[in-house]
Design a protein around this ligand. Structure first.
Ligand code: XMP
Length: 205
């Protein structure tokens, strides 16, 4: 994937969310549903065209944030693949590697399979760096990664990580919706919005 072809929303102005979704917790809309869905379709086609022809392919989705992205992406694919989910939590600071804890084990052996890892957002790069390092130990045939969002500035952070497929480059703000949560809320938004931190700052939630 050419980096220039990734939609870069770093300097996009936020717009007003649809009235039904208006919330004091939402500062504004960054990626409307239709734009998100069109780009997911493009990504699905791009991955289908570039995937290794040899099987087996094992798609691994990182819970919980990638659940909607995964569901929308994989339903475009008619070729055979296995799909499994991993839940990881990383205990560390923003700048130092934390210990990665695996909450779900992969059901099917990884050895000699072509892996495609799906994640919601690439921020510090720590999660994907550690997940791919850990999976590499199990000797897959290959590992490719796809993220829906990449925060601007990610590549300057302590774990510069290049995903093979990226949906959008976004500003370095806390985003919610389309699987991404704050306090487990807002995952169901069918769009990506920017969190308004003020209601939380005032304790009014
Ligand atoms: P790293 O830093 O490991 O981050 O690349 C990946 C994970 O951090 C979470 N994350 C966010 N979650 N809004 C969220 O709801 C955000 O803006 C955000 N930035 C990072 C997320 O769990 C992601 O998988």
């Amino acid at each position: 994937m050419k980096r220039e072809s990734i939609p870069d929303l770093t300097n996009s102005a936020l717009t007003r969310p649809p009235a039904a979704w208006a919330s004091e917790h939402l500062e504004g809309l960054l990626i409307p549903t239709s734009v998100l869905q069109d780009r997911v379709t493009q990504l699905a086609n791009e991955i289908a065209a570039s995937r290794p022809r040899e099987e087996p392919l094992l798609v691994l989705s990182l819970l919980s944030g990638a659940f909607l992205f995964t569901a929308d992406l994989v339903r475009h694919w008619t070729f055979p693949f296995e799909l499994d989910f991993i839940k990881v939590a990383s205990y560390g600071s923003q700048t130092l590697p934390g210990e990665l804890s695996w909450k779900h084990d992969i059901q099917s052996p990884v050895k000699d399979k072509h892996l495609l890892i799906l994640d919601d957002i690439l921020d510090t790069g720590q999660t994907l760096h550690q997940v791919t390092s850990r999976l590499q130990e199990e000797q897959p045939a290959s590992i490719r990664t796809c993220v829906c969002l990449e925060k601007n500035g990610t590549q300057a952070r302590p774990f510069p990580f290049h995903a093979d497929h990226v949906g959008f480059i976004i500003p370095d703000r806390f985003v919610i919706g389309y699987g991404l949560d704050f306090d487990l809320k807002f995952r169901q938004f069918p769009f990506i919005g920017v969190l308004n931190p003020d209601p939380y700052a005032s304790g009014n939630h």
